[in-house]
Design a protein around this ligand. Structure first.
Ligand SMILES: Cc1cc2nc3c(=O)[nH]c(=O)nc-3n(C[C@H](O)[C@H](O)[C@H](O)COP(=O)(O)OP(=O)(O)OC[C@H]3O[C@@H](n4cnc5c(N)ncnc54)[C@H](O)[C@@H]3O)c2cc1C
Length: 403
């Protein structure tokens, strides 16, 4: 394993205890059963009606999935990132939307676990791990998501409180979530833009000045609330400043986004695998020119390419996860995994639709949903244009880097 000189503001995190293989298999099998039994039959209806599947979310709470990586001392399962990736893949095979309830929730738990004060960890992590409160990440603004350093939301210290003004865009779990990791500008004069940002944990506790905007009507990723958030003279106790330190929020959140990119890469693998599985069933049933279409070489070439690309993406995701487990910074690896897996998912879901012919273009088959869900992984957690910039910057900074 290569150690690398760091020039970014992101702090390294301690290694994660590797989850024993038996425990990993047990939890992944449990999630797979849950997905087959409960999620797959319900997915199409929630997608069609854009309704949040609260019953499935409650069952995920029972399974402990809101505390996948939260240390056991705070009531979580304390699992490693490889197991985390496998869980996201399994859920995404059934209904990718459902992972949206867990994705940014786990960025909040990550930031609190690694950067929160002992008091913040004790106050929030047990409730987050059980799902009693659900979390999210409030980073993107209407003015832009890619250029995080340019964000405009201000937090101004006033005695023992901060007063927040501004707005956030595309916030997952905005309506149904309870607590958010908010990134806001505390030092407007910083010559390096991202150094003037601080991370806060905010709760929907009825404090005036925090409003949730309209529920966005999306192409895919349906059945999950994505909304704008508005802050108008919204007061946060100073004790909610994560880690009690101003102007280090950018590094804290970027470190959390590394795990977000593992989760998005794993989602892409899950959706693509579901598209391949559906295609494998279809090519053996559907006949043309007197034989199952799977006997045509042109179709065989497609399924061979699909399966090969899925496995390559899966291994990139597992590689990034294993490096995160060892405590390494993984902006390069998680960027590669997210980039490759999400582009692959776009291609594979399109191929699955083509294999299904006209039927693939209807809502009678799930490949239509996979095709609509795939672009979220290309855009979310940093667009793939930004992923390429992250990867290239790391390669240029660290020419000695050995993958
Ligand atoms: C369904 C959904 C859920 C989301 N959930 C959340 C959430 O929970 N929390 C949250 O904070 N955000 C969330 N996001 C926001 C998401 O992370 C952003 O949409 C994304 O980072 C892109 O930001 P933007 O939409 O403002 O695009 P912009 O930043 O305006 O970019 C527009 C285009 O320009 C390109 N571009 C920008 N800068 C460069 C550059 N330097 N070089 C090359 N190309 C560039 C981009 O790649 C993109 O193609 C969500 C988005 C969606 C769609």
């Amino acid at each position: 394993m290569t150690t690398t000189a760091r020039t970014s503001p992101v702090a390294q995190t301690p290694p994660v205890t590797q989850t024993p293989i038996e425990a990993r298999n047990q939890i992944v099998n449990m999630v797979r059963d849950f997905v087959r039994r409960e999620v797959e039959p319900a997915a199409a209806e929630h997608d069609a009606n854009d309704t949040v599947p609260y019953d499935l979310i409650d069952q995920m709470k029972e399974l402990g999935l809101f505390g996948i990586n939260v240390p056991e001392e705070y009531g979580g399962m304390g699992l490693d990132y490889t197991t985390f990736a496998m869980i996201f893949e399994e859920i995404s095979k059934g209904y990718m939307t459902l992972t949206g309830t867990l994705g940014t929730h786990h960025i909040l738990t990550y930031v609190l676990t690694h950067y929160g004060t002992p008091e913040q960890r004790a106050r929030f992590l047990p409730r987050l791990a059980s799902g009693q409160i659900r979390g999210g990440l409030a980073l993107t603004e209407p003015g832009g998501g890619s250029d995080v350093g340019a964000l405009q939301t201000r937090a101004v210290k006033d005695g023992e409180e901060y007063v927040v003004n501004g707005s956030k865009m595309f916030i997952t779990n905005a309506e149904s979530g309870d607590a958010f990791c908010l990134l806001a500008r505390t030092d407007p004069d910083s010559s390096i833009k991202h150094r003037g940002l601080s991370a806060f944990v905010i709760e929907k506790d009825g404090t005036p000045g925090f409003k949730v905007g309209r529920h966005l009507d999306k192409l895919g990723y349906r059945g999950l609330d994505t909304c704008e958030l508005f802050f108008e003279d919204y007061r946060i106790p100073a004790e909610n400043l994560i880690g009690g330190a101003e102007n280090v929020g950018f590094g804290q959140v970027m470190s959390g986004l590394e795990t977000g990119r593992i989760n998005v890469g794993a989602r892409a693998v899950g959706v693509a695998q579901a598209a391949l599985d559906a295609s494998m069933r279809y090519v053996q049933q559907r006949e043309s020119f007197g034989q199952p279409i799977g006997q045509h070489q042109a179709i065989q070439l497609k399924i061979a390419d699909m399966a090969t690309k899925i496995q390559a993406a899966r291994l990139l995701v597992y590689d990034a996860a294993a490096k995160k487990d060892s405590g390494e910074r993984i902006d390069l690896e998680s960027g590669m995994a997210k980039l490759f897996a999400s582009e692959m998912c776009g291609e594979v879901s399109m191929e699955a639709m083509r294999i299904h012919g006209g039927y693939g273009y209807t809502k009678d088959f799930p490949v239509e949903r996979y095709y609509r869900d795939a672009p979220l992984m290309i855009i979310g957690e940093g667009t793939n244009e930004i992923m390429r910039l992250v990867i290239a910057r790391q390669l240029l900074r660290r020419p000695e880097y050995q993958l």
